[in-house]
Design a protein. Sequence first.
Length: 448
Amino acid sequence: MNHKVQQQIQKGFKEQLNYDELMNCMRCGFCLPSCPTYGRTNQDEAASPRGRIALMKGVVDGIIEPDESIEEQLNLCLGCRACEPVCPSGVNYGHLLEDARDVIQKSKKHKWPVKVLRHMVFHELFPKKERMKTVHYFLSFYQKSGIQKAVQKSKLLNILPGNLSQMEKIIPNVPSKKEMENRPTFLKSEQKTVRKVAFFSGCLMDTMFMETNNATMKLLQIAGCDIVIPEQQGCCGALHAHSGEKATAKELAKRNIEAFEALDVDDIILNAGGCGALLIEYDHLLKDEPDWKERAKDFSNKIKDFTEVLVEQGFNEEQLAVDSQVVTYQDSCHLRNVMKTIHAPRILLRSIEGATFQEMKESDQCCGSAGIYNITEHKMSMEILEYKMERVKEVNPHTIVTTNPGCLLQMKLGIQREGLEKNVRAVHLADLLIESVIGKTERDILHE
């Protein structure tokens, strides 16, 4: 990193990072036990929230040069925000991290392959719904045509770096082009309507995980909700905000606010904790834009996880049943630490007859997925996953439940790496709940 870039980063830190927030950190160390990277690096102070805040402040104060080591430590952070609930000063660490990464990405010059890849992913794929669908059309054809089986047998995937070859095996069955094109815009309650809600369908959730979206909306209908699904909505922007692409995150936020703000609904419901954590903070993301701040606040105030709405509607009092199994729950970090949804998923799990709920030790600690972290920081991600799977084995469950697509894939990866595929499965909570309502056999028939 040359001197000019370092100067730009230091200037950007001074202008963009909230100095009062940096000063709020009392260096008490309450955050240390909650930080996965601190624990996995033999308690390296620089790999903790307190240490990273000290690094940021050192750059702002001109005491530390913003070299590659600073960037590496900020990138090593999962952004799980487990440090925030335990902080006695209420430091908004996640906001500082996003601002710091944004400054670094705007200042540095990437090599052309990285520059092209980032542009394609952040600007040409995720923000554009039709392109996202097109990619999944090809993925669906790859899975259903027999090409996938041929490729796996040939062992061509072994040349892929990191865990990409393993990830390819756990990708869900992608819906067909026809299924992705025929998405509903309104669904009527199956009972007397007591609540009118809007559904945030997301990008990956409405393509790769479309079956989970369908299950979630069905549950809401059963619980007495009329559901509006705006066609104009798109990617939430979380991946962008966490990866130093804040300008694009703001554009996506404005698009979603416009798509939902004219709707006369009680709540905006979603089923992905990673998306929800940004949606509920759109007011912070757009805090410096007077024309959008209040509109963003109105939007964010309506955001709720589907589990909260189901419990409020008394869905846990329905007759829910599954085949006898031990079930455990892995918290979505952002659902727990940012949206503060902790109890509702557990209430629902405990209400299912046949499902014996066993709380996993340190279920509130990150699984190592963290968006694309398991690709960009493969080594640390796998260390965290290995530790998580040790906790899973202590419970010895038949089913691991989570509420975020990245967490779901990571837990499936953990099951595969440990050779537990024959005995353990990982599912989204919405899928387990729909199974408990209509029965596994009936659901299989419907899916066919």
